[in-house]
Design a protein around this ligand. Sequence first.
Ligand SMILES: Nc1ncnc2c1ncn2[C@@H]1O[C@H](COP(=O)(O)OP(=O)(O)O)[C@@H](O)[C@H]1O
Ligand SMILES: [Mg+2]
Length: 623
Amino acid sequence: MARIARLSDVLINKIAAGEVVERPASVVKELVENSLDAGASTVRVELQGGGVDRIIVSDDGHGMGRLDAVTCLERHATSKLRELDDLFHISSMGFRGEAVPAIASVSRFTLHTAEAGADVGTRVTVEGGGPPVVEDAEPRTGTVITVEDLFFNVPARRKFLRRGETELKHAEEAVVRLALAYPEVGFFATNEGDTLFSSPACPEDPRERIAAALGPTAHPHLFPVEERRLGISITGYAASPEFTFNNARGLYTYVNRRYVRDRGLIGTIQRAYQDFLAAGRQPVVVLHIDIDPAAVDVNVHPQKLEVRFADARGVQEALTAALTRMLRAAPWLGAAAEGNAPQAGQPREAAHYALAVERFLTRAQEATWGAPLPTAMDAPDSGRAPLGPAPTGPLPPGVRPGALPFAPSSPGQAPAFGQAQPQLNEAPPPGYFAALRPMGLLGGRFHVCEGPGGTLVVLDPHAALERARLTGYLRALEDGKGPPAPSLFGTTLELPLAAAKALVEGREALGRLGFDVEPFGGTTLALKTVPPGLEGVDGRSLLEALARALPPKGATLDAVSLAEAVRVMACHAARRASATPLTDAQLRALLGELDRADFHPACIHGTVVVLEMPLLELERRAR
Ligand SMILES: Nc1ncnc2c1ncn2[C@@H]1O[C@H](COP(=O)(O)OP(=O)(O)O)[C@@H](O)[C@H]1O
Ligand SMILES: [Mg+2]
């Protein structure tokens, strides 16, 4: 007697169902994918009992003719893959021709479909993989698939379905994953008639879709991310560190529009955000990786969400670059200027601040490590006292008297080192700088200090000197004592025609600032005196910068040009003074000046004087 018998199709489909159909959510996923493959512009999902009792997926896609409507119930019947070669160039979701027959084999299944212009539509009914019953139906263009009593004929599996609520959550998530990838398609989902998800097509602004999925307040916190490299493109949106979750549920990644949840990818995203998020917070991103299909393995198990990239390292680098660029640019601060973010009122400073942080970080990165650290300086007596005398002046928002200056207001939200803290450019509490205990030089350039309460403070000498000089020049002008007493300079410089003209025309204004500039024949000028602090600077670049700051011919020296000219002066003075590392005495003097300096936002040049890492943050990282 023959021992081998061919399995019946019904049994084969049931076995396949074990792979394709795990729970109602998998049915939702497969059916919605088919709707998207059929070019639907709106997809509706209606559930009963979280999908355990009934799932209806309807679309306005191209529908099926009578023959296709019957054929699609046969195993390995697909309109999406004809040849093996196609397997490597798959652009549609499905391609195995497995889902429809598998689902029909483990449920009471009804397919209602019609092509555009058809006189009559088709209804096919299948009970537990039995013979299909075909009838005429209303010629509504598109497809409606109804799946009832999932696993009614596979008791072992039905038993494993969870309470409706759990299944509902999974089904909802299946809709969200697809909806996030197809903002050009409208998605509507209900359970027992209650809305689960509702989002009309929003091709112009996919952030609307993300907001529909992840919370209506997400929208203003989302920023575009883009990185295009040879053979790979990363696009999508990432939320600022101000919009985070306490778990990883806001991380959505797609490879060639297919949702994946790959440990490698998730880890890469988390690492990119690491320095920007407080402990326990998770980023929110919706990112698409588009890559040559031949360079990624998608022909995996239908439920598997992991991917295999031929060049995993390249993908990781591109992803990191894309996110890091967005995070470093801190566009959420600029967004305040457009009235996007809640903190209106500090618009331009915020934008400046973002730039400043970026520059600071770039400089910090450029600075070379390994330069020998000078011996630690003797701690001044007051050095370890939190702030010396109790601060008296007004404190920046979020800074409690005696607390860490510049530290975030709520301890749970401790920003990471280098992270934008808008308060940072505002006046520090009185005596803050004098209380710093300098410990040495970093990269031969940045002064590392211990701040109040054991914070790590890094001071940029150039920015600090610039701030101090700026205040000095402005005060000298405002005091009405006339220009600061000029120093001798005495040189002749040949300048470009436009610059020479502007300077000669602006001689009077320059005189008020302490410059004595005289024509010396042709485009050559004699620079006889400069304000203090500018002795020995590069005269040519100083004069060219001043020429640009001066008002056009005829215009008077207004506040704007004056501020710009003073800024140029402060910048050149700072550049010169910070060309060589400051001596202990110079640094002490500078810290004293900084305590008296004007940190009013109006005179912000855009450089950050100090960056601070609170002790809390250090402890978090040391863990
Ligand atoms: N909503 C739909 N609209 C139009 N055609 C559909 C729809 N759902 C299924 N089909 C047809 O049925 C075929 C089989 O679907 P399925 O079993 O999911 O396999 P696959 O999607 O892998 O091709 C599809 O290739 C498609 O031609
Ligand atoms: Mg399919």
